[in-house]
Design a binder for this molecule. Structure first.
Ligand SMILES: Nc1nc2c(c(=O)[nH]1)N[C@H]1C(S)=C(S)[C@@H](COP(=O)(O)OP(=O)(O)OC[C@H]3O[C@@H](n4cnc5c(=O)[nH]c(N)nc54)[C@H](O)[C@@H]3O)O[C@H]1N2
Ligand SMILES: Nc1nc2c(c(=O)[nH]1)N[C@H]1C(S)=C(S)[C@@H](COP(=O)(O)OP(=O)(O)OC[C@H]3O[C@@H](n4cnc5c(=O)[nH]c(N)nc54)[C@H](O)[C@@H]3O)O[C@H]1N2
Ligand code: SF4
Ligand SMILES: [Mo]
Length: 886
């Protein structure tokens, strides 16, 4: 029997509805939910590939204590007893939880309740500190509450959309598609992209402003000055609904376009165009994400943007407002339960005694945290210096994603007791755990998430969890019970937790707290099962009212007015003679964070198969770096990474972009956060992951290699390696410090080749080129290509050999002869992952006369399914030249 389950995508904050179908044979297929108001049936490349990420190989299946399998009782008793004893001996602040915006609201609620109400410390922080903290702080300063006033359909009603520090095409692809569709339907709608890089997002922009790193505050202050000078301000709104305008006006006065140009590196004509578009357009939405938040002046950036909307009264009305795009699927839900160290629960403030008393009374808890806990960077500092002695990490991989990641790794290593809950057995962080708890993952667990437009949707399970994996809320509740709080952690299913969370949101809330979902305070299992997506607030007795925040000009400060925040700050330039380049870090289209899930899909891995450093060709030339070279980046803290050079004039001079996704599991020296200084925003505590000083040099390897292998390569040990799943096995890029004397035995060891395998070999004594292929039972086991220069073999051809029959021994030498694959058209790097169409195929079709994305789609199917690659296809048509080094 085939079953269909409606659930929500576990990746980005767009929060798309998904329909998962499980066939008779257990096969899962995924499609977009046409009725979900976030996506109306669309999915991006990552969402469409979800079924490919559900295999159980590599999953953490059983609890482990110090590497040995144990049962749940043994593991839970050890965790509860160690936390209890540590608190008793060293006080509540000697323990900490580091959790995640990928937990479900129910998981998050339990974690926060346990730490703040029962352990009695606020030492619970989350990877949202690295993600949304500056937006939260900016909202609270301006509005008096952490409220995102916009909805997705505001983008469709806007006449101008400004995207600041947001690569929406890759990071919120379905939202970008909605935007692109709206723009196609109403070509008069304008789009401005503010980003130091020319990204896929800027493809359909009317104006791209390649602002210098952290130039945004000056740009938006300049905009406010311009709006004041041109009589665009809404003085009635300012007088009726805001405070503090005089100070802001004074702070920006005299800021000329020339000043803005000088401080942002932008041409004056471009600045004028942006300012005048904003001036002339009433319906404007400004969206922002990590180019704004992840900055030492991130909170100020948020407030300069909000200032411009408040000063023009363009907020709280259709098609208008500042719109922070959340990253993770439940970044917003975590904020609702108070998952950050400086919040309490249900939008109540830890500093406020009556809020504390109210939450404690509601929980019936013995204690309540009475001051903010440690924020992520400070928390790991406290782990390092021994103040924190027991740490529980849940659903996040800080050894990869925290700034100063080597120090974070050393801190965790030195911590006396570390518990890690994860779905994956082998990650950079699980390796360091004393206790490993196997979590039920997406498709297996039940709960809710809240997306960027405050819409709460159900995640529903549609298959059993493998092994003994259990949901995170259950693990936390078990610890609560075992620490002696049986009544407060007595839930038996997530609907009971959701009901309690909803009840707390409405508890003694007469409208002064924005977050109120009291309508669901008495929800029971059946209604929870059927719960349709809804936007908050939804107060008790209120039907599904789509209420617009701030429509009445009332905010959540005590005087009900919004606050202007005067900011003059510019981030100091971090570069120096020794570290002359600005490192900017972020995401690629088809990978999710530390790749524990997207890395399981060969299709998704084909889009970007190795870590890279994207540089302007002139900067590269200055540093003696050519395309496809290896490049070493080093940071002021002495750490280094080695990556593939990718030269592109889409990068601003003086800066280099590196993705955050590569880990110790997928590359030798690809963890870029090792170089990221732990510089944080003083208000939000969010790290500045986009503005780091680095030095670059060509890494001259003695030998380069590429390999495909049916088995996962193990023990590579070379100075450079980066491995990725490929159809039928794995692909590996290699760089060697020294030439290996015997390549064959090296390959046998690394690729696990049995002694009886047959071999084809080619060695060129003059060039040093060496190519070896191993076969058994008519299949290719592994092929290794070694060269003194970066290897020129066609990657797609080599990978395809893993899936072909090689029964005819006479043909095997062809695999290693000549320049392998040279006689076969190379598809090039995969652009369309749905139909595996590469850049070279698209460029060839474009040269043959396909001059539109639709024309390419008609010939190659590329871009006709999920649509995530449409902007890249457009760019290839424009350039009609290859962009990748393959
Ligand atoms: N494919 C994919 N999608 C994802 C994720 C993923 O891992 N992969 N992760 C999700 C998560 S958790 C998040 S937080 C979001 C992040 O979504 P985004 O914020 O869109 O993604 P990033 O690539 O981190 O950074 C966005 C842009 O900020 C620019 N930038 C850097 N410095 C500055 C600056 O000083 N000013 C301005 N204006 N721009 C600057 C960068 O060049 C980059 O293009 O994506 C979500 N979606
Ligand atoms: N340099 C740099 N660093 C960054 C950023 C950047 O732009 N640049 N971005 C930052 C941002 S915005 C973010 S959000 C972070 C993300 O960084 P992380 O949160 O560290 O990245 P993930 O890979 O999403 O980690 C999630 C972990 O949870 C596991 N997991 C998946 N599902 C479940 C589950 O249901 N239960 C449990 N218990 N575990 C599960 C996964 O296997 C994985 O190990 O990185 C931050 N770090
Ligand atoms: S845009 Fe893509 S990754 Fe984000 S929720 Fe939708 S399908 Fe998932
Ligand atoms: Mo994020």
């Amino acid at each position: 029997m085939t079953t269909e389950t409606r659930t929500t995508c576990p990746y980005c904050g767009v929060g798309c509805g998904v329909i998962a179908t499980v066939g008779d044979d257990g096969q899962v297929s995924i499609k977009g939910d046409p009725d979900h108001p976030a996506n109306f049936g669309r999915l991006c490349s990552k969402g469409s590939a979800l079924a490919e990420t559900l295999g159980s190989d590599g999953r953490l299946l059983y609890p482990e204590v110090r590497g040995a399998r144990t049962d749940w009782d043994g593991a839970l008793d050890l965790v509860a007893e160690t936390f209890r004893r540590t608190v008793a001996e060293h006080g509540p602040d000697s323990v900490a939880f580091y959790v995640s915006g990928q937990l479900l609201t129910e998981d998050y609620y339990v974690a926060n309740k346990l730490m703040k109400g029962f352990i009695g410390s606020a030492n619970i922080d989350t990877n949202s500190r690295l993600c949304m903290a500056s937006s939260v702080a900016g909202h609270r300063r301006a509005f008096g509450a952490d409220v995102v006033p916009c909805s997705y359909d505001d983008l469709e009603h806007a006449d101008l959309v400004v995207l600041v520090g947001s690569n929406t095409a890759w990071c919120h692809p379905v939202l970008y598609q909605r935007l692109a569709a709206a723009k196609a339907a109403r070509p008069e709608m304008k789009l401005v992209v503010i980003d130091p890089r020319r990204t896929a997002t800027s493809e359909i922009a009317d104006l791209h402003l390649p602002v210098r790193a952290d130039g945004d505050v000056v740009l938006f202050n300049g905009l406010l000055a311009h709006l004041a000078e041109t009589g665009t301000l809404d003085h009635a709104y300012i007088a009726a609904h805001t405070n503090g305008f005089g100070e802001v006006r004074a702070a920006v006065s005299g800021l000329s376009i020339a000043d803005v140009a000088q401080q942002t590196g932008l041409p004056t004509v471009a600045i004028r165009r942006f300012f005048s578009l904003f001036e002339r357009t009433e319906r404007v939405v400004t969206c922002y994400s990590q180019g704004v938040n992840q900055s030492s002046i991130g909170t100020d950036k948020v407030n300069t943007i909000i200032n411009c909307h408040l000063a023009t009264g363009r907020i709280g009305r259709p098609g208008m407002g500042p719109f922070s795009l959340t990253g993770q699927p439940n970044a917003m839900g975590g904020r609702e339960v108070g998952g950050l160290a400086n919040m309490l629960a249900a939008h109540m403030a830890i500093e406020n005694p009556s809020d504390r008393e109210r939450v404690q009374r509601f929980w019936g808890s013995p204690v309540i945290a009475d001051r903010p806990g440690l924020k992520a960077v400070d928390m790991f500092e406290a782990v390092a210096d021994g103040r924190i002695k027991a740490l529980w990490i849940m659903s996040t991989n800080p050894v990869v994603s925290m700034p100063d990641a080597d120090r974070v790794r050393a801190a965790i290593e030195a911590c006396p007791f570390v518990v890690v809950s994860d779905i994956e057995k082998r990650t950079d962080t699980t390796r360091l755990a004393h206790v490993l708890l196997p979590a039920a993952g997406w498709s297996e667990k039940a709960g809710t998430v809240t997306n960027s437009e405050r819409r709460i949707s159900r995640q529903r399970p549609f298959r059993p969890a493998p092994g003994e994996a259990r949901p995170d809320w259950w693990q936390l509740a078990e610890i609560g019970r075992r620490m002696g709080f049986a009544d407060a952690f007595a839930w038996t299913s997530p609907d009971e937790i959701f009901a309690e969370h909803a009840a707390l949101s409405a508890f003694e809330n007469d409208g002064d707290r924005a977050f109120d979902i009291g309508a669901h305070a008495k929800i029971e299992a059946e209604a929870y099962e059927a719960l349709a997506p809804f936007q908050w607030p939804q107060r008790s007795g209120e039907a599904s009212a789509e209420r617009r925040f701030f429509a009445d000009g009332r905010y959540f400060h005590l005087d009900a007015r919004a606050r202007f925040v005067a900011v003059r700050s510019t981030a100091p330039s971090r570069v120096s003679a020794d570290f002359p380049l600005v490192l900017n870090t972020g995401r690629v289209r088809d990978h999710w964070h530390t790749m524990t899930r997207t890395g399981r899909s060969a299709r998704l891995s084909a889009h970007t198969a190795e870590p890279f450093a994207e540089m302007h060709p002139l900067d590269a030339a200055e540093h003696g770096i050519s395309d496809a070279d290896l490049v070493e980046l080093s940071g002021e803290n002495g750490a280094r990474v080695v990556l593939r050079a990718l030269l592109s004039d889409r990068q601003t001079r003086g800066s280099v972009f590196v993705p955050m996704h590569w880990t110790g599991e997928t590359a030798s020296l690809g963890r870029i956060d090792a170089l990221v200084a732990p510089v944080t925003d003083p208000v939000s505590g969010q790290p500045a992951s986009k503005h780091i000083a680095v030095a670059a040099r060509r890494y001259a390897a003695r030998a380069y290699g590429f390999a495909v292998s049916a088995r996962r390569p193990e023990g590579l040990g070379t100075v450079y390696w980066a491995s990725a799943r490929a159809d039928g096995g794995w692909r590996v890029e290699l760089g060697f410090d020294e030439a290996v004397a015997d390549w064959e035995s090296w390959a046998r060891r690394v690729f696990g080749i049995p002694a009886e395998a047959e071999i084809a070999r080619y060695v060129d004594l003059r060039s040093g080129d060496c190519r070896i292929a191993f076969f058994a039972e008519g299949r290719l086991l592994a092929a290794l290509f070694i060269s003194a220069e970066p290897v020129a073999v066609s990657r797609s051809w080599a990978v395809s050999q893993l899936s072909c029959a090689h029964t005819d021994a006479a043909k095997r030498p062809a695999i290693v002869a000549g320049r392998p694959g040279a006689d076969r058209p190379d598809t090039g790097a995969i652009v369309c992952s749905c139909f595996a169409v590469g850049v070279n195929q698209i460029a060839a079709a474009a040269r043959k006369g396909c001059r539109s994305v639709e024309a390419i789609g008609a010939v190659l199917s590329a871009g006709t399914n999920c649509g995530s690659c449409r902007s890249e296809i457009g760019r290839i048509i424009d350039a009609t030249q290859t962009l990748a080094a393959e």
